[in-house]
Design a protein around this ligand. Structure first.
Ligand code: C2G
Length: 128
């Protein structure tokens, strides 16, 4: 079984998230999403609208997602890849180059983001 992993906050799920989840899953047979905890988000300077539990529940309902694990720190990726036997790491190209340290352990793929949508934009648009 070819396992794929991706990381993120996935707050206010939108089609940009669905696009990358669909494309990540298509690279293997099993997709793990390492979901940023509320505490880790705070470290990223983010405050998600939905709590970790709510974001996890929503992700688990998406047909491309096979497993959701917590992302609690920046340093867990190598352990995650090794422990879960992951073959492919996928993330948006806004992170291009940032995770090349994983190449000894798995394939590293940066995918184009979906233009015109972001959680921040949704929040700002709703304030108008
Ligand atoms: N994304 C996308 N297109 C968008 C918005 C997001 O492809 N319009 C992708 C991002 O590139 C990322 C994933 O969706 O791969 C999740 O995005 P975020 O929830 O914003 O995650 P981020 O804050 O980038 O967290 O350790 C890595 C971090 O946890 C990544």
């Amino acid at each position: 079984m070819k396992k794929v992993i991706t990381y993120g906050t996935f707050d206010l799920i939108h089609h940009g998230h669905i696009n990358i989840l669909r494309r990540a899953k298509a690279m293997g047979d099993y997709l793990i999403v390492a979901l940023s905890t509320d505490e880790f988000d705070a470290g990223k300077g983010k405050e998600a609208y939905y709590s970790y539990g709510e974001r996890k529940l929503i992700l688990e309902a998406i047909k491309y997602v096979d497993e959701v694990i917590p992302e609690t720190c920046w340093e867990q990726k190598v352990d995650d890849v090794v422990k879960h036997g992951v073959s492919v790491f996928v993330i948006g190209e806004d992170w291009k180059g940032k995770f090349d340290f994983l190449t000894p352990y798995c394939e590293v793929i940066y995918l184009p983001r979906t233009e015109g949508i972001s959680t921040t934009q949704i929040k700002n648009d709703l304030k108008k």
